[in-house]
Design a protein around this ligand. Sequence first.
Ligand code: AMP
Ligand code: MG
Length: 345
Amino acid sequence: MQTRIQKIDMRHPDAAVFREAAAVLRGGGLVAFPTETVYGLGADASNENAVSRIYTVKGRPADNPLIAHIASREQFFEMTEDVPAYGRALAETFWPGPLTLVARKKSNIPDWITAGLPTVAVRFPAHPAARALIEASDTVICAPSANLSGRPSPTCAEHVRRDLEGRVEMILDSGPVEIGLESTVVDVTGSKPQILRPGFVTVEMLASVEASAIVSYDGMGVSAPKAPGMKYRHYAPRADMTVVTGDPRRAAREIRRLASLSLQKTGVLATVQTAGLYDADRCLVLICGDRDAPETFGANLFAALRKFDDCQTEVIFAEGIPETGLGAAVMNRLKKAAGGKIIEV
Ligand code: AMP
Ligand code: MG
């Protein structure tokens, strides 16, 4: 299959491009498109065949449900029932934006978008291209991240092309995304909101709307993950990766020591503050961001992991950052990419 790669200039958006992409979706095709979090791989939610192709082209496990993307809050209430007052308040406060709400689904919502679950995950994205595409399609668009299953999520169209060229009809390219980490997933089926996946909307931001917000993704040791996707290896580079957490100078010293012992092609995921402490002759040192600005990590993390792959890196040592604010989402992705291999110094 020939994949059409269509550049879009969001300063002068061309409505004809969104109409064409919408026609591809309505015809059962797959369109990768930008959102503010990562690039998504979209299919018409009402078309079972199209949705099942998402699973095939990504190699996604059949029990991992998709996020339904909408272009108005009303669509959320049309798809769901028994949404508590706090769920409405979260939708009011954070939509459009990088928040996915998991709510009880109405009986007319097909099983093929929820992997058979009685709940449906819904997001109203803020990115103007995503909104224009959903509006032009006049349907709900199911979309997971537009990467091969298990690989780091795509933060630019080139990442999508490398994973999916020849397997999807179209890729809309509006340049690099802003946030670079997937949406925060919050379950609103219980008496309190439960954070199933951390993201740009932090626990602190959620608590400002609903003080009882509880964290239940793994890595925080609260309970087994309720988001099916969280049980799979995710975001992983090909290299064997270890995260070193603790005092930054001590962590850097430990990484230096481990890197000096390594006989394989070694990479270091560093911070602005510590990059100079590593031996750039011995290993590939990539600066992921500024430890005092976790959003810089979010924006660069997946691209850095892909860069290590491109350079055939075999072993990666990554510095941890504090798990406060957006740091919680960054560390969740880092730990998953490392398959849970963490050294605390
Ligand atoms: P991705 O689109 O690749 O970012 O994955 C979507 C995430 O949302 C995965 O972690 C899914 O398991 C999660 N998700 C989707 N639908 C539900 C649902 N009904 N209940 C819980 N988690 C869900
Ligand atoms: Mg994904």
